[in-house]
Design a protein. Structure first.
Length: 581
């Protein structure tokens, strides 16, 4: 089950929903003007192949219905978590049964699940039973999945929200261990890791953390000398491959909910990354962050959650998460809790689509979160690069990707429920073609995503409570610049890639940029580099002057910076120019 939510799932069939016509855009009372800057040269993260995920629990009777693969693939879901929430800690994969009287729907066994996941073109993330299971049971699952069946399942969790086992007073997670402490969990994680990697050394294994800033973060439980996160990572941090958090932000209003991705996700990710750095030693850069349950706690089936969903996913991915899994595909509801939010019915159902409960639309009818998540696939695909996008208003979120083919796409999320936004777009490291761009739109309370050629690369209008994705091709500019860096106290290493966007061969290239502070280049390779104050000029050397169409050259440098730099992480290519000789 989801954290702090225990919603019953109705037994549902496999009938596909027929979506009603798309809702018309509400009339805009006024239009605000917002500026959005896109820095296509400033990489935040690579879009991961496991980034956009969803939970499907074993109590979902339609888990493996014929309609499910299509629902997943159409939404752009590439990861499916199984066996789902708290059921993970009572579920025995070999028998398909659960302890503690937990319901398991027919035809939700592991092999049937894998058939659905493969048909959807997705991959699983599996949660091994910690509550009533053993390391040997988990290792047998790995061996069956990857050796016997050849499924090649990479990501495995040890338990679900184990800190909810009564250690801190509240108990929703089943745990038969005599001690419920973080120390006990961490020592058992070591046993699970050892047994599971003996079955398949290639698997990646994650341990459960409390979400920084949320209960019971910071509390020291009986039998421990530190809080949950410090205890677990001090014991198991050098052995695990990723850390797990769940995130269900509380909110006082729809407007408050829509602030949460930017207000909370970077801080949570930063806190987890700091903990990993403290305890994982030299392996810290390779230890990932997975958000294996994510959703709001209110306004679940209405337009605010449709806006929150893509903003939440993309902000997590921009801040280093390799996996975010929505809770869940179908969830069910208590029909006594139906309300109206922003002109639409909120069934208080945490699913992406209807479960077919008596008070709900036909089974599999998408809720707004489904369409919001689907808009992520309109923005970019695994392997594309998330780049910096910043807006001038808190009522508009912006995300951008640089695609592998050189195109740039921008997602604009208008969080004003009443007013359209006129967005003025500007670009660094990318010059868009003057052609009318392709624009994908999801409107408030809509039932489909529209696509048209509209606006311009520099001006777009986003309807109230709407989501717009703008796709742009580059102009015939001869080259494009991509920049990445690694940084530690007083030292940084930069890697610069110059890409030939022209149709002809480049015979010589040069690049100019400025540092924001007192960074001083001390060494460089694969380029001729000169620096004067903050200004740097770099050009080709004899062996990399020639660049074929679509080809690239890469050069790098090492630099120092002093404590007088207030924010060395703000380094960027300021007005980067690329001249072809």
């Amino acid at each position: 089950m989801a954290a702090a939510a225990a919603l019953a799932l109705a037994v549902i069939g496999a009938t596909a929903a027929v979506a009603p016509p798309a809702a018309a855009a509400p009339p805009a009372v006024a239009a605000s003007t917002v500026s959005v800057s896109v820095d296509a040269a400033l990489q935040l993260a690579t879009v991961p192949a496991t980034g956009v995920g969803v939970n499907i629990p074993v109590y979902d009777a339609a888990m493996n219905a014929p309609t499910t693969p299509g629902l997943l693939s159409t939404a752009g879901i590439n990861t499916v978590r199984y066996p789902g929430g708290s059921h993970s800690d009572v579920y025995h994969w070999q028998t398909g049964t659960a302890d503690d009287g937990a319901y398991v729907a027919p035809n939700t066994g592991f092999d049937a699940f894998m058939g659905t996941v493969r048909a959807a073109g997705a991959q699983p993330i599996i949660t091994a039973n910690y509550g009533s299971g053993t390391p040997q049971e988990a290792a047998a699952w790995v061996r069956y999945a990857n050796v016997t069946k050849g499924y090649g399942i990479k990501y495995w969790e040890i338990g679900n929200e184990v800190y909810g086992n009564g250690e801190y007073g509240a108990k929703w997670e089943y745990d038969t261990h005599s001690s419920k402490s973080a120390t006990t969990y961490a020592n058992n994680v070591l046993q699970y890791v050892s047994a599971m990697k003996a079955a398949d050394p290639s698997v990646k294994i994650g341990a459960v953390l409390t979400t920084p800033g949320y209960w019971p973060d910071g509390i020291v439980g009986p039998g421990d000398t530190m809080d949950w996160n410090h205890t677990v990572l001090s014991i198991a941090g050098s052995k695990i491959d990723f850390a797990i958090v769940h995130a269900y932000p509380t909110s006082t209003s729809p407007a408050d909910l829509l602030t949460k991705p930017q207000a909370q996700n970077p801080n949570i990710a930063g806190a987890v990354r700091s903990l990993i750095g403290q305890y994982a030693g030299s392996r810290a850069p390779d230890v990932g962050i997975a958000v294996t349950e994510a959703n709001a706690q209110a306004y679940l089936d209405t337009s605010p959650n449709g806006l929150f969903a893509p903003d939440n996913y993309l902000t997590w991915l921009e801040n280093g998460a390799f996996n975010v899994d929505w809770w869940d595909l179908r969830n069910g509801t208590d029909c006594t809790k139906v309300t109206t939010v922003e002109g639409a019915t909120d069934y208080n159902d945490g699913g992406m689509v209807s479960s077919g409960s008596p008070c709900e639309p036909t089974v599999n009818t998408p809720f707004p979160a489904y369409y919001g998540i689907q808009m992520i696939s309109r923005l970019g695909a695994p392997g594309d690069t998330l780049v910096k996008a910043a807006g001038s208003s808190s009522l508009l979120s912006a995300h951008a990707v640089r695609r592998t083919n050189g195109d740039v796409a921008v997602m604009l999320i208008n969080k004003d429920p009443n007013n359209a936004a006129t967005v003025n777009l500007s670009y660094t490291g990318f010059t868009p073609s003057s052609a009318t761009p392709t624009v994908h739109s999801y409107l408030k309370n809509g039932h489909s995503i529209g696509t048209a050629q509209s606006g311009s690369p520099t001006i777009q209008t986003v309807p109230a409570y709407g989501i717009t994705v703008v796709e742009m091709h580059p102009t015939g500019a001869p080259c494009r610049v991509v920049y990445n860096k690694n940084e530690w106290q007083g030292v940084m290493v930069g890697t610069v890639t110059v890409v030939n966007n022209s149709l002809g061969q480049v015979n010589g290239w040069s690049l100019g940029f400025d540092f924001p502070g007192d960074n001083g280049i001390t060494d460089s390779w694969n380029a001729s580099v000169a620096q004067s104050g903050p200004s740097v000029n770099a050009g080709n050397v004899s062996y990399n002057a020639t660049v074929p169409p679509g080809g690239s050259v890469q050069w790098g440098f090492k630099a120092t910076w002093s404590k007088s730099d207030a924010d060395p992480s703000a380094f960027r290519f300021n007005g980067a120019s690329c001249a072809i000789g």
